[in-house]
Design a protein around this ligand. Structure first.
Ligand code: ADE
Length: 434
């Protein structure tokens, strides 16, 4: 079989199979949630209808490594409607919604390899299962699947027409690969599209992180000291929403420009060592490791809450926390652990230090994932239609971004003005001044 003039192997049985999920009996509940979520994703729905008619992904096999949520289910439905065979594994061991995984398998006939709480071995086995399906397109969140295609599955890299990357952390990894001359396929930095980071990273992470912290702790945010580590788009969103709920927000940063922006946005900015003594709630959103560590835990107040909203579970040094802890109480019902320090204080760690908004809540709302996943779907179509893109990190084409923004505005019933011919001429000229 040939895709874009390249010979690729026929789909093996796995794409026709079911994958591995926790409990097929959850399918009805998952189906109801996926369909309800679809209501909040009008742009993706329009793309699905278009894909159904045009079949732009016919003949493609799409391997997706994503958080298995109701929003993701609607992306996978759209890709399948476009003619692709689709298989999915989890992009985080704790983010899988088992009811959605069951619905994908039983109601939408999309194989899923994901079980909430799976250990590292099973997580990687599931990734391998998707790669054994020999995808021609990849949709990744964190670049774990793409990384596998450059190591254990290197022989298959040449068969991949292109990969889409969903998150900041993944794009950072991919740009490092590009710099090292190691990138063996074209990748699209979906995260860097304005229809993604301006909304998903800011409003999505902002809302879903606060939602998760409140669900697990039942705390009043008003009047608390809320420390946000990192002032990228996600950090801005978390800080904004914590302030909106009445917290005194402290920001820690390493980048002077971002720190300056946080200060002028009205937040207190200080080093982590100083913030450690003040915070009631700490949220890391930096994308880097060891942001809160052994030097900080003993300084913290009794009852302080630790949450991570960055992609990987490296931002809070949980190993160091365990090492210095006398006793740990686990509350599985709440996905929280209480660490008893030798100084008698207790620290509450949410979601094992993994992405708190997905480990302890249901992730970003459908209305923002609508734009992120519309960007993914149209990028997949763009890659499938392009012949032989170079192996580098590509931006999402500007016309796709504008189309999604226009569709979203329309769906929201928001109308805007258009430039007059005179205004267009003025903007295109340089002669007229004072
Ligand atoms: N990332 C953050 N929130 C998400 C969601 N609801 N679905 C998929 N990926 C996400």
């Amino acid at each position: 079989m040939a895709v874009n003039g390249r010979k690729v192997a026929d789909a093996p049985a796995r794409f026709a199979g079911e994958g591995e999920i926790a409990d097929p009996g959850l399918a009805d509940a998952g189906f109801r949630r996926v369909e309800r979520t679809d209501d909040g994703m009008p742009v993706l729905r329009a793309i699905r209808a278009h894909f159904e008619r045009e079949k732009p992904l016919q003949g493609q096999r799409i391997g997706a490594c994503l958080h298995v949520t109701a929003e993701t289910a609607n992306l996978l439905r759209a890709l399948k409607a476009g003619g692709a065979a689709v298989a999915c594994c989890a992009s985080n061991p704790l983010s899988t919604q088992d009811d959605v995984a069951a619905a994908l398998v039983k109601k939408y006939a999309i194989p899923v390899f994901a079980v909430r709480g799976e250990d590292r071995d099973r997580y990687y086995a599931h990734m391998r299962a998707v790669l054994e399906s020999r995808p021609t397109l990849v949709i990744d969140d964190g670049a774990d699947l793409i990384s596998q295609l450059h190591t254990d599955f290197r022989a298959q890299a040449g068969q991949v027409l292109g990969a889409m990357e969903e998150t900041t952390t993944g794009v950072i990894r991919l740009r490092a690969m590009e710099r090292d001359g190691a990138l063996a396929m074209p990748v699209v930095a979906v995260n860097d599209a304005q229809t993604k980071y301006l909304f998903d990273n800011r409003y999505g992470t902002g809302q879903s992180t606060l939602d998760a912290i409140m669900r697990v702790t039942d705390m009043l945010i008003a009047g608390s000291v809320f420390v946000v580590c990192g002032y990228g788009w996600c950090g801005r969103g978390v800080a904004m929403r914590a302030r909106g709920l009445g917290a005194q927000v402290v920001v820690t940063e390493v980048a002077p420009l971002r720190a300056l922006e946080a200060a002028l946005d009205g937040f207190q900015v200080m080093p982590m060592r100083a913030a450690a003594r003040l915070g009631d709630i700490f949220t890391t959103v930096t994308g880097d490791r060891g942001v809160i560590g052994a030097a900080h835990f003993p300084l913290m107040k009794d009852g302080a809450v630790l949450a991570n909203a960055g992609h990987f579970d490296v931002e809070i040094d949980v190993a160091a926390l365990r090492k210095m802890t006398r006793k740990v109480d686990r509350d599985p019902a709440r996905e929280a652990e209480t660490f008893h320090l030798p100084n008698g204080r207790r620290l509450h760690l949410l979601g094992q230090g993994r992405l708190v908004n997905l480990a302890c809540a249901t992730g970003h709302p459908p209305q923002v994932m609508d734009m992120s996943f519309a960007t993914q779907a149209l990028s997949a179509q763009w890659v499938a239609r392009s012949s032989r893109l170079p192996s580098k990190v590509h931006e999402v084409p500007a016309n796709l971004v504008e189309r999604i923004a226009a569709l979203k505005l329309k769906a929201m019933g928001v109308r805007i003005d258009a430039l007059s011919a005179e205004q267009k001429r003025y903007l295109a000229s340089w002669q007229s001044g004072t």
